[in-house]
Design a protein around this ligand. Structure first.
Ligand SMILES: NC(=O)c1ccc[n+]([C@@H]2O[C@H](COP(=O)([O-])OP(=O)(O)OC[C@H]3O[C@@H](n4cnc5c(N)ncnc54)[C@H](O)[C@@H]3O)[C@@H](O)[C@H]2O)c1
Length: 365
C-alpha cells in the first residue's frame, strides 16, 4: 500500500473547523442535529470574557455546510466586538439554522433548537436575526430562559429591528457630518439594499428626513409594499454599486463590500445594518480608505438591536435604550476622527477600542 505524504500546509487547508479562515480563536462551536424535526444548526461562541455570548439566530438556505459554518464564525466574532464597543457586558455568539425559513421553519424545529440552546446553560443567549420573528423567540422561550428579543406582552423588549435601524440612522448622520460638514440628510441620495425588518425602518427614518431614497431587494412584493408606504423609488437597474450616490446602506447580507464592488462603488459613505459588510476586513477597509469612501463600521452602527435585547437582561427601560442607541452618533464621529488621526481604517479604529476593552477585562480576572 502506498501512503500519500500530505504536506502540513495542505493538511491545514483540510482542517474543517479550527483551520478555517474565519476561525478566530472561537471558544466553542456546537453542531446540533435532530432527525425528527430536520434541525441542522451551528452555534458559534466566539468569546465570553465580557459576559455570556449573545447573538441572534439566522435561518438561511445555505448552499453548503461550509457556507453555514463560515457565516456563523464570522457573525459570532462580529458580536464580540459589537458588544465590546457598545460597552455592554456581553460576549459574542450567534447561531445559524440551515434551511429555508419560509418553508422549513416549524414550531417543532424551533423548540428543538431551544432545547439545544438550553443545554449550554446560559453560555449562549439567542435572539432573532434574518429569517426569525419575535414569535419564534417567544416559542423558544417556552423551553429555555436563555433567549431575548421576545415580545413585549411576554415581558420582552419586543422587535429589535426599529432600534437597530435608528442606530444605523444615527451612524449614517455622524458619517454625513464627518464627510459633508452637516448631518442633515435631506436631498442626500441613499441606496438601501435589503428592505426587510431593519431596512424598512431605516427607509422610514430617511424618508421622514427628506432623503432621496432608492430601495432594492430580491423580493419584488416587498419592494412594492415599501414603495407604497414611503416616498421612495425602487431601483430598476442591474448594478446598484455603480450608481452615483451619497450613501450606500447595505441592509441585506454581509460581504457586499469586496474586490468586485469596491472597484465600481460611486458613493461617499457606506453605512448600513448588515453584519460583516467587508468581505475581508483589513484588505477592503484599506481599499475604501484609498478610494476616499467613508465607512461607518457595521458592528458599531448596527448595535441598536443588541442594546434593545440587553435591556431584557438588565431591566432598563425604553428611554435608556433610545439614549444608548442615540449615542452611536457620538461614538461613530469619534471613531471616524480617530481613524483619520491615526492613519488607520475606520474598521481598525473601532476594532482597537473594542479589543482594548476585552483585554482590560481579561487582565482584571
Ligand atoms: N434585526 C436586527 O435587529 C439586526 C441587528 C443587527 C444587524 N442586523 C443585520 O441587518 C441585516 C438585515 O436584517 P433584517 O432583520 O432586516 O433581516 P430580514 O430578513 O428582515 O431582511 C433582509 C432583507 O434582505 C433581502 N435580501 C436578501 N438578499 C438580498 C440581495 N442579494 N439583494 C437585496 N436584498 C436582499 C431579503 O429579501 C429581505 O427583505 C442582516 O444582515 C442582519 O444580520 C439585523
Amino acid at each position: 500500500m502506498v501512503t500519500e505524504v500530505i504536506k502540513t500546509n495542505e493538511l491545514h487547508k483540510m482542517d474543517p473547523v479550527f483551520g478555517q479562515l474565519s476561525f478566530d480563536n472561537h471558544e466553542q462551536i456546537v453542531f446540533c442535529n435532530d432527525k425528527d424535526t430536520g434541525l441542522k444548526a451551528i452555534i458559534g461562541i466566539h468569546n465570553t470574557v465580557l459576559g455570556p455570548a449573545l447573538g441572534g439566530t439566522r435561518m438561511w438556505n445555505y448552499t453548503s455546510e461550509w457556507e453555514a459554518l463560515n457565516d456563523v464564525l464570522r457573525l459570532s466574532r462580529g458580536m464580540t466586538y459589537k458588544s465590546a464597543i457598545t460597552g455592554l457586558n456581553l460576549g459574542g455568539g450567534k447561531a445559524v439554522l440551515i434551511g429555508d425559513a419560509k418553508t422549513q421553519k416549524t414550531p417543532e424545529l424551533m423548540l428543538k433548537f431551544g432545547e439545544f440552546v438550553n443545554s449550554l446553560g446560559g453560555k449562549y443567549i439567542t435572539a432573532e436575526d434574518v429569517g426569525m420573528a419575535t414569535s419564534d423567540m417567544d416559542l423558544v422561550r417556552t423551553v429555555t430562559p436563555y433567549v431575548t428579543g421576545i415580545s413585549e406582552s411576554k415581558g420582552g423588549a419586543g422587535n429589535p429591528s426599529p432600534v437597530t435601524a435608528y442606530g444605523v440612522f444615527m451612524g449614517m448622520k455622524a458619517a454625513a457630518k464627518y464627510t459633508f460638514g452637516s448631518d442633515v440628510l435631506e436631498d442626500k441620495v441613499v441606496y438601501v439594499q435589503g428592505i426587510g425588518n431593519v431596512g424598512e425602518a431605516l427607509v422610514e427614518n430617511l424618508s421622514n428626513e427628506g432623503a432621496k431614497v432608492y430601495i432594492s431587494d430580491i423580493n419584488q412584493e416587498r419592494l412594492e409594499e415599501v414603495r407604497d408606504k414611503y416616498s421612495v423609488e425602487i431601483y430598476g437597474g442591474n448594478n446598484l454599486y455603480a450608481e452615483k450616490m451619497d450613501i450606500y446602506a447595505p441592509c441585506a447580507l454581509g460581504a457586499t463590500v469586496n474586490d468586485f464592488t469596491i472597484n465600481q462603488l460611486n458613493t461617499k459613505i457606506i453605512a448600513g445594518a448588515a453584519n460583516n459588510q467587508l468581505a475581508e476586513e483589513q484588505k477592503h477597509g484599506k481599499m475604501l480608505r484609498e478610494k476616499g469612501i467613508v465607512y461607518a463600521p457595521d458592528f458599531l452602527i448596527n448595535a441598536g438591536g443588541i442594546i434593545n435585547v440587553y435591556a431584557e437582561l438588565e431591566n432598563y427601560d425604553r428611554k435608556e435604550i433610545m439614549r444608548k442607541t442615540e449615542n452611536i452618533y457620538n461614538t461613530t464621529l469619534e471613531i471616524l476622527k480617530n481613524a483619520e488621526i491615526n492613519n488607520i481604517t475606520t474598521h481598525q479604529a473601532a476594532f482597537n477600542i473594542a479589543q482594548a476593552r476585552i483585554d482590560a477585562r481579561k487582565n482584571e480576572k
